[in-house]
Design a binder for this molecule. Structure first.
Ligand SMILES: NC(=O)c1ccc[n+]([C@@H]2O[C@H](COP(=O)([O-])OP(=O)(O)OC[C@H]3O[C@@H](n4cnc5c(N)ncnc54)[C@H](OP(=O)(O)O)[C@@H]3O)[C@@H](O)[C@H]2O)c1
Length: 282
């Protein structure tokens, strides 16, 4: 195969698996990776939407684009998806795990079912992906697992408890994986924490508060996050992996959360409601 060097230092033709590829950050990441002529495996639950993204990726230059319908909350699905990728391509260069959901509502108003659903998809889904992908990467002695967490994996906001708990868990998972794989320097684990990103996730949220939810300003585009996510698999950055924030503001909010909790805890609720939640009119 002809190796094509990209301005980023990546080479074309890598096998890249993208979960959550049917929407938002995952879709934007797939389209960006397509432009770099990689082999893409697009993963999510909605086959018809994934097929459209695959067609757009081929149009944008992807070396190939396969759709593997998978519910990341189902461990057997994830195992089958990873086996399919290895069967198709004989290797996995990178898995960019973007699948996720969100819910709103006070903790005591959230049903046990919805709490479990958010944690199953966001945290146990990430753990399943890691459990099935890491053995492949370790056997190859090289490869990237990028877990898209959230700024809310570093701080807390009211009325998002299942999401916040799941994302703190994803950050812990990434840290665990880095320690466990320190003996194979070619295997790199990165945790990317977006702040507010303008994607459909807000409109699809499970909501027990009866609100309309929107990304709190200042939000960034999914394309900007896609660039950060994809940059993590560039050879020029090859190192130990690590923690990546997608916006400078994240650092300010994390500092306020840690250093001034008495002020943070009183202000975050009213500010968050005013900036991103409004009464449903219907
Ligand atoms: N938007 C933000 O402000 C923001 C901020 C910080 C972090 N994040 C994180 O970024 C990631 C992507 O979010 P987004 O904003 O791009 O949301 P999005 O536009 O709603 O996309 C979510 C993706 O996850 C997939 N997904 C959901 N549940 C799944 C499941 N059980 N199995 C497989 N795929 C599943 C969805 O596809 P199907 O419905 O077809 O399955 C969709 O492709 C999430 O982890 C989110 O927590 C987002």
């Amino acid at each position: 195969m002809l190796t094509r060097f990209l301005p980023t230092g990546r080479t074309a033709g890598q096998v890249i698996v993208i979960t959550g590829a049917s929407s938002g950050i995952g879709e934007a990441t797939a389209l960006r990776a397509a432009g770099e002529r990689h082999h893409l495996v697009l993963v999510a639950r909605r086959e018809d939407v994934l097929e459209k993204v695959a067609a757009a990726c081929l149009e944008a230059g992807a070396a190939s684009a396969e759709v593997v319908v998978t519910d990341v909350a189902e461990d057997d699905d994830v195992a089958a998806m990873v086996a399919t990728v290895v069967e198709l391509h004989d290797r996995i260069d990178a898995v960019l795990h973007c699948a996720g959901v969100v819910s709103y509502g006070r903790t005591e108003d959230t049903t046990a079912e919805d709490f479990a659903q958010v944690v199953s998809i966001n945290l146990l889904g990430a753990a399943s992906v890691a459990r099935h992908v890491i053995p492949v990467l370790r056997a190859q002695r090289t490869g990237d697992l990028v877990l898209v967490g959230s700024l809310l994996g570093h701080i807390a906001v009211p009325e998002m408890t299942p999401y916040v708990v799941s994302k703190w868990g994803v950050r812990a998972l990434a840290r665990q994986l880095r320690i466990e794989n320190v003996d194979v320097p070619g295997v790199r684990i990165t945790h990317v924490s977006p702040g507010s990103v303008d994607t459909p996730i807000y409109g699809k949220a499970l909501d027990h508060g009866g609100s309309v939810n929107t990304p709190p300003p200042p939000s960034i585009s999914p394309q900007r996050v896609a660039r950060v996510v994809l940059d993590q698999v560039a050879p020029r950055l090859r190192g130990t992996g690590g923690e990546v924030q997608t916006a400078f503001l994240n650092h300010g909010l994390m500092a306020a959360f840690r250093l001034t909790p008495w002020a943070y805890d009183r202000l975050v609720g009213p500010l968050f409601s005013a900036l991103s939640r409004s009464e449903r009119q219907d």
